[in-house]
Design a protein around this ligand. Structure first.
Ligand SMILES: Nc1ncnc2c1ncn2[C@@H]1O[C@H](COP(=O)(O)OP(=O)(O)OP(=O)(O)O)[C@@H](O)[C@H]1O
Length: 517
């Protein structure tokens, strides 16, 4: 992708914040090398021409503008040097895997995300170039232009940073107010949000401005379940360290005060004070989940993040799935060390989204998962081996159901198939055992008494565990498939193309036994 602003044609205005304006854009096909200062809006000193021509950019119908270009506001036109621009705005590139190369060491300890993620905004390139004064600039953000009154000296050719991104359709904020509530869709959006948090957490990046204007959605047709991404990393912490020194008020704690986790909003500056952001985005995703399911984030108006208690949280609608409900309460736990880790929360949500028969919990029970097995998980390697057999049956079912979903792409939404792929690519047994506690709460008494058992007692306990007969995979699949019509895909068609696991039903290898469609 070109790194010159004249190589792009701008379309409609998509939005603006305090740091930037965002426009749709496409590559300029025929004239990639337009000389500067020719034509409307190509050079910085054409404000008068533009004012004469005022109509602000409006939707250009019929032309696809697949990109979004973020034009950063350079409020320091009187400062020279591109390095300054990269240094002061470079953090925006935290989601761009190529950022380190691009920044060329200009931001010492900056550690951007190492790869792309389907739930993190896709940055395509970034570059510094002359400030492009678009037709609506004077009207929308006059103070961000070099023509603003207060500049005494301005560089001969003011520049700014441009970030070229994939274009998304809507913000989460707009979506929840323009679409009817659908709790299944809501749970898929929540799971995507938590997958993004899991990825950021894994790579020590905190976005620090998790509000619904910064969550973008993509969908092509009106009732499609949207793909969700976290965007706007302008406040991000991406230094490889969760802590920042908070010695005085001037130190930035990230975006909007209303969406700061309690450990951030209650921090008081002082000597040797550090603020830890490890669980901050995870907390914010709890408020955003409220917004997804109820349209209202309780922390925007109702509650103060510094003082609320868990009993102040407004009740969630009774139709919200019990796992989603409990995950939200655990995300909003005040104490960050007790707060649920994003990967566990995401896994619990993902498990709740598998069809797996009439009821996910019942189906897991048939595979041998119970309160006892979740209590036993991780207690000893001997027990672990036995109970993992039950878990593997569940995993086989999940895998098989996912393959079925992929064989019928028109029946399961793209966003949901992508979510499954993301989940399956990162899942591990320990993580699933932890998440299963949302379905089978750990029996604390049982858990404590197991701590004191000797090897022989453990062996006898294991031999007495009643694991199911090993047929649950196929039964589960049939049940899952039969349930499919109700849940949005045509199960009988799929059932004819039966998927069989191996004779133990354990390894999840799938054999197609009939022609598809
Ligand atoms: N990739 C994109 N596709 C479509 N619209 C986008 C895209 N990126 C941003 N927008 C729109 O532009 C608006 C402003 O973008 P953004 O939040 O990144 O600006 P900002 O100045 O950094 O905001 P803030 O004041 O929150 O720091 C968003 O709320 C959204 O409506």
């Amino acid at each position: 992708m070109p790194n010159r602003i004249d190589s792009y044609e701008f379309g409609e205005f998509l939005g603006q914040g305090s740091n930037a304006a965002v426009y749709s854009a496409k590559l300029l096909e025929s004239k990639p090398d337009l000389p500067k200062n020719l034509g409307l809006g190509t050079g910085f000193n054409e404000v008068t021409d533009i004012l004469a021509d005022v109509p602000p950019a409006r939707k250009v119908l019929g032309k696809p503008y697949p990109f979004a270009i973020k034009l950063m506001f350079n409020f320091e036109h009187d400062r020279l040097g591109e390095d300054h621009l990269w240094q002061s705005m470079g953090v925006e590139l935290a989601p761009y895997p190529n950022a380190k190369k691009l920044l060329g060491g200009r931001m010492g300890n900056f550690q951007p995300l190492p790869g792309k993620h389907p739930n993190v905004v896709r940055v395509i390139t970034a570059f510094v170039d002359s400030l492009k004064v678009l037709p609506d600039a004077m009207e929308r953000y006059p103070d961000a232009l070099h023509t603003a009154r207060w500049y005494e000296t301005v560089a001969a050719e003011p520049k700014t940073l441009y970030i070229v991104m994939r274009r998304y359709r809507q913000t989460l904020h707009e979506y929840v107010w323009t679409h009817d509530r659908n709790y299944w869709t809501g749970r898929i959006l929540m799971a995507q949000l938590l997958e993004a948090c899991t990825y950021l957490h894994k790579h020590h990046v905190s976005q620090r401005d998790m509000k619904s204007d910064n969550i973008l959605l993509q969908y092509d047709i009106e009732n499609e379940i949207p793909q969700l991404v976290i965007a706007d990393f302008g406040c991000a912490l991406a230094s490889g360290d969760w802590n920042i020194d908070y010695e005085c008020e001037d130190v930035s704690l990230g975006g909007n005060a209303k969406t700061r986790a309690p450990e951030i909003s209650t921090a008081k500056p002082g000597k040797n004070v550090k603020v830890n952001f490890e669980m901050a985005d995870t907390w914010s995703s709890g408020g955003l989940s409220y917004e997804i399911l109820t349209r209202t984030n309780p922390f925007y108006k109702l509650l103060d993040t510094a003082t609320y208690t868990s009993s102040d949280l407004p009740p969630l609608p009774s139709r919200v799935h019990f796992v989603a409900r409990n995950v939200i309460y655990d995300l909003l736990e005040r104490n960050p060390s007790k707060r649920v880790k994003p990967s566990i929360a995401a896994t619990a949500l993902n498990l709740s989204l598998f069809r797996l028969g009439e009821d996910v919990r019942e189906m897991m029970k048939k595979c041998g998962i119970s309160e006892l097995t979740t209590s036993l998980a991780g207690k000893s390697s001997q027990i672990g081996k036995e109970i993992n057999k039950s878990l593997d049956k569940v995993i086989s079912l999940i895998t098989a159901e996912t393959i079925i979903a992929n064989l019928a792409p028109h029946l399961v939404s793209r966003a949901e198939r992508q979510l499954r792929a993301t989940f399956l690519a990162r899942m591990d047994r320990d993580n699933i055992w932890e998440a299963l506690r949302y379905f089978f709460p750990v029996d604390e008494k049982c858990s404590q008494s197991i701590e004191h058992l000797d090897d022989d007692s453990i062996a006898s306990l294991v031999s007495n565990l009643s694991f199911s007969d090993g047929n649950c995979s196929e039964n589960g699949l049939s049940s899952s498939l039969n349930n499919g019509q109700r849940m949005g895909y045509n199960a009988p068609i799929l059932l004819r193309n039966v998927i069989r696991t191996d004779s133990n039903g354990l390894n999840g290898i799938v054999h197609r036994s009939a022609n598809i469609f």
